[in-house]
Ligand binder design. Sequence first.
Ligand code: CA
Length: 237
Amino acid sequence: MAAFPAGKAGGVKILIVEDEPKTGEYLRQGLSEAGFVVDLARHGMDGLHLALTGDYDLVVLDVMLPGLDGWSVLQTVRRAGHEMPVLFLTARDQVEDRVRGLELGADDYLVKPFAFSELLARVRTLLRRGRSKEPEVFRVADLELDLLRRRVVRAGTRIDLTAKEFALLELLMRRQGEVLPRSLIASQVWDMNFDSDTNVIEVAVRRLRAKVDEPFEPRLIRTVRGMGYVLEAPEGE
Ligand code: CA
């Protein structure tokens, strides 16, 4: 099992095992746009091989697959000692299917057809649950974000943020030092697509700065023109 993905340069890795080309491609594209590193397998055996060797943080697994079905893939993965969260995709909303999946070690399931936003929400919840080694407090310079207590403190001063501001700051702190494109921020914090009106993000960043940056020194949130935003301690700090 991977330690905490926040520290990995390449980000969180997700494996999709889905033989239906349209669904697979839709998932691959959506999860990539949401900022994940995504691999797609269209065959049960390929999926199993990747799941065993690819160091994934999460697997999205279809039940009906050519070669080897989802049940067998899951069973083999669990027997080999891999504990990454597995989200099952099932076309049939039948109680025995769900029970069987959960008994074999699936963490959650989703019945097709599903909305992408729902899949994304489940994926994020599973990743949060799966990351036991994830730090609960992020720190950059004198700014501190406490995930569990939902608390932000800078230079000893408690700062009140809205839920969106908190999510935005969490993303920036999780990926500190990385320039985050507006499209990525939109998909991670607002669940919007690339084409959405990104003015929302500029306004939110401005509000966040007014609270966590402007009353303090040094400034931590930088705009990188034409690219996006980055949160980091200035050189030498
Ligand atoms: Ca299938």
